[in-house]
Design a protein around this ligand. Sequence first.
Ligand code: PMP
Length: 393
Amino acid sequence: MLTELKAQPADKILQLIQMFKDDPRPVKIDLGVGVYKDATGLTPVMRAVKAAEKTLWETQTTKTYTGLAGDPAFATAMAGMILAGAVADDRIAAVATPGGTGAIRQALELVRMAAPQATVWLSNPTWPNHPSIIRYLGIPMREYRYFDAESGAVDFDGMMADLDAVKPGDVVLLHGCCHNPTGANLNMVEWAAVAALLNRRHAVPLVDLAYQGFGDGLEEDAAPTRLIARECPEVLIAASCSKNFGIYRERTGILMTIGDAGLRAVTQGNLAFLNRQNYSFPPDHGARLVTMILENAALTALWKSELEEVRLNMLTLRQALADALRAETGSDRFGFVGAHRGMFSRLGITADQVERLRVEHGIYMVGDSRLNIAGLNAQTVPVLAKAVAQVIR
Ligand code: PMP
């Protein structure tokens, strides 16, 4: 049987991590993988998470199974953080999932079960796992224009023109904030126009919310999701706690559906069914930490201050990089880096130039010129700006 397997194409980002590790040069910069790093290059455990873990260790009396949907308290806490009362609680069904990826996978499985004829629409570009999972599940897929490489901004007219071809019942995947890989995001007026278009077309939004708190702030980053939740009759939300709680390996995420209150019980049963088929009970440790933090005022305050520090650190680096690129290149070509939000920006340089950054300067970024802003620090910003100026000359 195993002889029938064909080699899978290597994951480009994981390949990049390996090349970086194998690079013997003393000065090298890793801007590849999407993990937050502080100024010393560490991905720290947040103090609020440590505090919750300590309490959990001291007070947890059993590790018996939770429910198939995970602990309902986690769903309540997450609905509070993401939706903040934007829709009535009795319209929300939810299951805990292994990370945001698990939530996306379960959302797509739900789509395939409920609407096998639906096409799922993706932004071009998007996080590569989106098309990869959709293809694996055999779901029809189409792209909508999203990024204008020339200006580094959203191609809003192109996006709206493409989404005009969406059929009733189709699903449109939207990055709730901090678009990966481009860093370019819609403003609230544009979000309202997208919601109206989806309603006109009777399409269902699937919001991928993986970076709440990494862009303009915890509440600000949830505003588009809340708007969509208020405006659209049916919404799927796949949220991740990996980044904003820094608990990547704990695999903590949630899939929420919003729909008619009368459909809630059956929807909830189907979500639990999907968990049962795929892995039975979802992981609990990370979800429990998140619940403990969100239910305790002191821990919430500590976590929010740590998250804000992370966000402001990335904003400072963004501005420093935009300034340094302006100084080194003598042009405003990369001004968009300061306007982008989240962990990533796409520089818009060629694959050859990305390759030269790696070979000549020991600077590693994804081939589409996506860079992880958090991989930088005050010392490496000028090094990157100089190197970029050299390779585009
Ligand atoms: N969506 C997007 C756009 C992401 O960038 C990520 C993380 N790289 C995820 C979802 C899911 O992350 P995780 O499964 O680690 O929670």
